[in-house]
Ligand binder design. Structure first.
Ligand code: FAD
Ligand code: FES
Length: 535
């Protein structure tokens, strides 16, 4: 493991609207070996929702995270809390059957109710608010899709979904649109910080700055962590967004996408509090797709918060590591938003994040399909990771405490869905195609061609080297081979990260791991010169 390098300011990732006024809530790291009932890896929504359910059932719980609470995707979400399924009820019914569509509706509905009850009972001030959701059509698109979706949603139990003749905002077009009542929104980090405090009040323990490297099954279920520390537990939950305990199985059934978001000021009351999505291509197909909501204005945005709110607009997804044009995507989001909403002033936050799209559109929550007993996972968020996280909390707590739960079969990570065989094959052919990068000549011939705060691949004999030049001109080199399964990482110039196009592992500019499935940094380049000063 390399020596930690103090990041230069140029190597910072973007910050979401919620992160502008402070990024993550840290806790001290694990300082000695521990024994507990349940150890949860990951202090995002899935990990903390599970911890909360379990401490309330009297379990001794330790949560470990290598960053701060909320330092992962939960800090980057737009937190639409929806029981309107973004991959559509009719697809869930087609692939999994009508009973599964009903369970989908009931579980996402229960998730929203859980956020509401927890915010109220634990007195978490996170602006939780019930709002309507609107699914609208891009200009000229046929409303047949909406008709199918309304029928499928009603059949699944969402009996009061309605077809409206027009969206509630005239600039969203003149086509019909679907209204989904009783959706919700909140400030995700405010909720997560409040939840972390509630877990601690109920006797749970949260340790930050503690990376889990390995899980051992014998003689006892044991996690190996930073600083040679270990935690022995009866049950272990990997809530690391992408499961870092699984090398292959799950990563062939889900695929990593980047999604983009911006926040800009609008006059208070100018945009109704509601969730909006259009039916442009969803992630999983790479496409425009837009999602919209309003929120508070962060202090550091420099906008008068008494008179203004933030408008958040997201979308423009693509497969991780397969495009590097974030500025164009943010620009397109802004143009799209300015044509439809009364934005006053400049966009004050631009960020991106990662979502994992399961090939059959349902998250993987339950017993880890391979390896030791007592290991559980929550992954495959599918752009609905907030409600999926809350579902993970309820379902995993039931599995761990031996209570029956009707949702178990639908979310079972070991499930096989024959009806998605074509998507499965197509996505994995795309992964296989990424390995041809090993035959490429590199992106530049010498480090002299890399600008400050930029990165590029250079070929040196049989090796491809990931070179980053920092703000002071120093070049840092790592092997370009992803330590997960050997994909070639690519530079992400918006986030200053190395992203793997195969299964979505990500590394900071110096090669330290940010997102799994990889658990170790990019390796040192044995035949390359150490970091050196260049003009
Ligand atoms: C821009 C954007 C918009 C979105 N919009 C929505 C939305 O509107 N509605 C919705 O429902 N969902 C949305 N999502 C998805 C949702 O936000 C995520 O799916 C969800 O937050 C993921 O939560 P998580 O707990 O699984 O993962 P995370 O929040 O990423 O938490 C995982 C944690 O695990 C830790 N970790 C990882 N590896 C290790 C290790 N080896 N050792 C120790 N710790 C480790 C990480 O540090 C991290 O803190 C959006 C996502 C993005 C990026
Ligand atoms: S994430 Fe699997 S090879 Fe990189």
């Amino acid at each position: 493991v390399r020596e930690p390098i103090q990041p230069d300011p140029g190597a910072e990732q973007t910050r979401s609207l919620w992160q502008l006024d402070g990024n993550g809530a840290a806790r001290p790291p694990l300082d000695r070996d521990a024994v507990t009932d349940v150890c949860i890896v990951g202090a995002g929504i899935a990990g903390l929702a599970t911890a909360f359910q379990l401490v309330r059932r009297g379990k001794r719980v330790i949560v470990l995270d290598d960053g701060p609470v909320g330092g992962g995707e939960t800090g980057r979400t737009t937190a639409h809390l929806a029981s309107a399924i973004d991959d559509r009820y009719f697809r869930i019914e087609q692939i999994h059957g009508s009973d599964a569509a009903r369970i989908c509706y009931e579980s996402h509905n229960a998730a929203i109710a859980w956020f509401e009850a927890t915010a109220r009972e634990e007195r978490i001030r996170c602006g939780f608010e019930r709002v309507p959701g609107f699914l609208f059509l891009p200009e000229g698109e046929d409303s047949e899709l909406l008709v199918r979706e309304m029928a499928a949603a009603r059949k699944a139990g969402f009996s009061d979904v309605e077809m409206l003749e027009r969206p509630p905002i005239a600039t969203l077009g003149e086509e019909r649109c679907l209204l989904f009542p009783r959706q919700a929104q909140m400030e995700p980090l405010a909720f997560l910080y409040g939840l972390a405090e509630a877990i601690e009040r109920w006797g749970g323990r949260i340790c930050c700055g503690t990376r889990v490297h390995a899980v051992e099954a014998e003689p006892h279920l044991t996690l190996r962590c930073t600083g040679e520390m270990s935690v022995r537990a009866d049950s272990v939950v990997f809530a690391t967004n992408s499961p870092v305990n699984d090398v292959v199985t799950l990563h062939t059934k889900q695929h990593a996408y980047r999604t983009y978001a911006i926040a800009a000021p609008v006059r208070r009351g100018a945009v109704p509090h509601a969730l909006f999505w259009d039916t442009s291509q969803r992630a999983g197909e790479s496409g425009a797709y837009h999602y919209v909501r309003a929120a508070h204005v962060p202090l550091s945005a420099g906008v008068a918060d008494a008179t203004h709110e933030s408008l958040i607009v997201g979308g423009e997804d693509h497969k991780t590591g397969q495009e590097n044009d974030a500025n164009r995507r943010w620009q397109r989001l802004e143009e799209w938003a300015r044509l439809r909403f009364p934005i006053e002033g400049d966009v004050f936050a631009r960020w991106s994040g990662q979502v994992l799209e399961p090939v059959d559109h349902v998250a993987f929550i339950g017993r880890n399909p391979t390896g030791a007993n007592g290991v559980y996972i929550a992954t495959g968020d599918s752009g609905m990771g907030m409600t999926h996280g809350a579902i993970a909390g309820m379902l995993l707590a039931d599995l761990i405490t031996d209570r029956p739960n009707e949702w178990e079969r639908l979310y079972d990570p070991a499930r096989r869905t024959i009806r998605t065989a074509w998507t499965y094959a197509k996505e994995n052919l795309n992964v296989a195609a990424q390995y041809t990068d090993w035959f490429s000549s590199g992106e530049v011939d010498s480090t002299a061609a890399i600008p400050r705060e930029g990165g590029a691949l250079i070929r040196r004999g049989l090796r491809l080297v990931a070179c980053y030049r920092d703000a002071a001109g120093v070049v840092h080199e790592r092997s370009a081979a992803c330590p997960h399964l050997g994909g070639v990482v690519r530079w992400n110039s918006a986030e200053h990260t190395w992203d793997c196009p195969c299964h979505g592992s990500r590394f900071d500019a110096y090669g330290d791991v940010l997102n799994g499935p990889a658990v170790s940094p990019l390796a040192a380049v044995e035949d390359a010169a150490p970091a050196r000063q260049e003009s």
